[in-house]
Design a protein around this ligand. Structure first.
Ligand SMILES: NC(=O)c1ccc[n+]([C@@H]2O[C@H](COP(=O)([O-])OP(=O)(O)OC[C@H]3O[C@@H](n4cnc5c(N)ncnc54)[C@H](OP(=O)(O)O)[C@@H]3O)[C@@H](O)[C@H]2O)c1
Length: 276
């Protein structure tokens, strides 16, 4: 599966692994590390984490999973908004790098917008980039108006990571076209609806059964069918990891996409970007 071109000319894999809820309980750690290693073995090379997840615990899990194989991984982490200031960002990044056991992040995201002015965060991100601590920076949960506020710095923003799945299609109305016009990939989080009601939807279940796939695979394949979109399902159970890795190769037919549009209608007007 080829990656997507980033604004700086680099490449980002289209399929990744999320890590929210990992690193919260010591007794789950071995299974979480094993899940990430299984995904890597199956060719899923992007790992998405954040200082927030398990308050550093998820980054430690990722660090253990990627030890000795850093070069294979496209590593993404995120900073809390309250740490996204000129003074706090370098320290937060250093803590993340230490927990991950790496010298440099491939991508560092502002997790959501907080009180620190965006221009200050961008300046601090650019310093980290110049110092070789991050290869590039991006944002998360920012709607079009927030992105516009970045001004000329928008050209250096690598991605916007947002809630995008069949149940939450709002970003398709204007955010996806806005980012596509700038050559900026969008990262879709919660692509399988956190394993909830979406996976029990009768239309999704029927379409999945008809092609011998699971509802989660169809949900992931749908996010990947959106142009310029990276999908980052999180899974600990090995059968989930295997399914999700295989979903990267699925191509949905026009009839399947039409049936999904009928069951999960695309947005017809602007709504504020939803977030979890
Ligand atoms: N930027 C942000 O604000 C933000 C917000 C939310 C999420 N994220 C990122 O996006 C990632 C994904 O989102 P998410 O964790 O919220 O939700 P998700 O990936 O949509 O769903 C994860 C849940 O679905 C289950 N699952 C995974 N694959 C499955 C399959 N093939 N069949 C059935 N169930 C399956 C998982 O179970 P098991 O774990 O038991 O296998 C887990 O309970 C996060 O982990 C995080 O890295 C970012």
């Amino acid at each position: 599966m080829t990656g997507l071109r980033l604004p700086d000319g680099g490449e980002i894999p289209r399929l990744g692994m999320g890590t929210w809820r990992m690193g919260e309980r010591g007794r789950d750690r071995a299974a979480e590390v094993a899940a990430l290693r299984l995904g890597l073995a199956l060719g899923v090379t992007l790992i998405d984490t954040a200082e927030m997840y398990g308050e550093g615990g998820a980054e430690e899990v990722v660090g253990e999973a990627i030890r000795g194989r850093r070069e294979e991984v496209f590593l993404v982490s995120k900073v809390y908004p309250h740490n996204a200031s000129r003074r706090a960002l370098p320290e937060a990044c250093a803590r993340s790098l230490r927990r991950l056991g790496v010298e440099c992040l491939d991508l560092y995201l502002l997790h959501w917008r907080g009180a620190v002015p965006l221009a200050e965060t961008v300046e601090a991100m650019e310093r980290l980039r110049a110092a070789g601590k991050i290869r590039r920076w991006g944002v998360s949960n920012l709607d079009v108006a927030d992105l516009e506020e970045l001004g000329p710095a928008l050209a250096d923003c690598a991605t916007d990571q947002v809630l995008l799945n069949l149940e939450h299609r709002g970003a398709e109305y204007d955010l996806l076209p806005f980012c596509a016009a700038r050559g900026m990939p969008v990262m879709a989080y919660s692509p399988v609806g956190q394993g909830g009601a979406l996976l029990r939807h009768p239309v999704l279940k029927a379409l999945a059964a008809a092609r011998g796939a699971t509802p989660a695979q169809l949900a992931i394949a749908w996010t990947l069918s959106r142009p310029g979109v990276v999908s980052i399902p999180k899974a600990v159970r090995p059968e989930h990891v295997r399914q999700n890795a295989a979903a990267g190769a699925m191509r949905l037919e026009a009839e399947e996409l039409a049936a999904l549009d009928a069951a999960f209608p695309p947005p017809r007007r602007k709504r504020p970007l939803a977030m979890l």
